[in-house]
Design a protein around this ligand. Structure first.
Ligand code: VGL
Ligand code: ZN
Length: 225
């Protein structure tokens, strides 16, 4: 499935909606360690959407990939090359360049991201041997980040997911969000994909559609007057 084939819905922000901004960090920007093409182009439009949520009093949550040095998802930890295929419990399907190392400039939010509107930052991927793509569950598929409990306590029923990368962290967050009982909407123009290994993005889009994830665009989201 291709991005152009997605059905995009019209949607209004209402009670029970939260915005989750995934991994808008320097290392995922075009000049970063794990560059996502066009990753910087979505920052301004994400700020604009966050402003709408903020004005309506709806919560905004951000995630931050936050790895210790020598994390097992790094190719360098295995003497391998970035993007080599590698599958192990909690790691894979490919190995990554060293990225988002705790406290490093690459792990910081892009300076253009308006992080002052964010209520809670969920840091993930800090256990040395387990990766964490999803905002909800680590890659062992068992350990919660605490986000679903937080959202439930706020009365959140539907999450809008944007940020990086569409075929990894946004993808797993979307599927886990569905499994945990949330409606999930992705404004596709506010995301970008890694698409490695090849075909990854189209597979991810197919799985998300199958699981009832809805897609929209920033222009189709009605905000406050
Ligand atoms: C991500 C690969 C490795 C992401 C994080 O944010 O999508 N991808 N770590
Ligand atoms: Zn990572």
């Amino acid at each position: 499935m291709r991005l152009e084939e997605l059905e995009l819905i019209q949607v209004g922000i209402g009670d029970g909606d939260a915005l989750i901004v995934i991994d808008l960090q320097n290392d995922f920007m075009p000049s970063g360690a794990l560059p996502v093409e066009g990753g910087d182009a979505i920052i301004g439009p994400i700020n604009a959407l966050a402003e709408k949520f903020h004005r309506l009093g709806n919560p905004i949550i951000a995630t931050q990939d936050w790895h210790p040095p020598g994390h097992l998802s790094f190719a360098s930890s295995h003497g391998r090359e970035p993007f080599d295929r590698y599958e192990a419990e909690g790691i894979g399907p490919v190995l990554w360049p060293d990225h988002c190392v705790q406290g490093s400039p690459g792990a910081e939010f892009h300076p253009g991201f308006d992080a002052k509107l964010v209520k809670v930052v969920i840091r993930k991927g800090f256990r040395p041997t387990v990766d964490s793509y999803s905002a909800f569950l680590e890659n062992d598929r068992r350990t919660p980040t605490g986000l679903s409990g937080y959202l439930r306590e706020l009365g959140v029923k539907r999450v809008f997911l944007c940020g990086l990368a569409l075929d990894y962290c946004v993808f797993f967050s979307a599927l886990d969000g569905r499994s945990l009982g949330f409606d999930v909407v992705i404004p596709v123009d506010l995301t970008r994909a890694i698409d490695s290994p090849p075909g990854r993005l189209s597979e991810a889009l197919g799985s998300m559609v199958e699981r009832g994830v809805k897609f929209t665009s920033s222009g189709r989201i009605a905000g406050p007057p």
